[in-house]
Unconditional design. Structure first.
Length: 191
């Protein structure tokens, strides 16, 4: 078996919007989650725009350049968080008492702008051979199902808050038994 060189090393990458600390703290303080869910760590809250998957180390600088070029001219904008939701949505579940796998936070104001940004990035990276098979849907994952209880529950309520999206991050995700660890590889500011 050939030895892997440092240049052939692969990294799990994604492009995302980071959240301001006050928004992260608000989410954690306001939301009481059902006991069958494991909370996502506050420092891991983000809005994924494009999941790139496992990428060779030698391509990272090209990806940083492509990200900067793709969003060049895109202005900063306001985004809200104002409600919670789940995947799969409760009305689409196969059984009325099956537990959704994911609980998320989302919002209405700015959702068209964030979708436009995600699509611009996806179109730019599609030319490089990257394609996310899932359609973009603005959400911040806050909890994942630990164990099913098959009990019906109400989604937690959230008071609205607004923040400015002014930068995009290329992250590396390292999977560990304790959960993923995210490392910022580059930051690109919106004008």
């Amino acid at each position: 078996m050939p030895k892997s060189t440092d240049q052939n090393k692969r990294f799990r990458l994604f492009i995302a919007i980071p959240l301001p600390d006050q928004i992260k703290e608000k989410i954690v303080q306001e939301l009481e989650l059902p006991k069958q869910y494991r909370s996502v760590k506050m420092d891991q809250f983000h809005i994924t725009l494009l999941f790139l998957g496992d990428v060779e180390k030698s391509l990272i600088n090209s990806l940083k350049t492509e990200l900067a070029n793709t969003i060049q001219g895109f202005s900063s904008f306001s985004l809200t968080i104002d409600h919670t939701g789940c995947f799969p949505p409760m009305k689409e579940k196969a059984h009325p008492f099956s537990d959704p796998k994911i609980i998320y936070v989302s919002g209405n104001k700015g959702s068209k702008k964030v979708t436009e940004l995600a699509n611009q990035i996806r179109n730019g990276f599609f030319k490089l051979g990257f394609q996310d098979k899932k359609a973009f849907r603005y959400h911040i994952t806050i909890a994942r199902l630990k164990y099913p209880t098959h009990n019906n529950f109400q989604l937690p309520q959230l008071e609205p808050a607004e923040f400015t999206v002014d930068r995009i991050i290329l992250y590396q995700s390292t999977l560990t038994p304790q959960g993923p660890i995210y490392q910022e590889l580059s930051q690109t500011n919106l004008k």
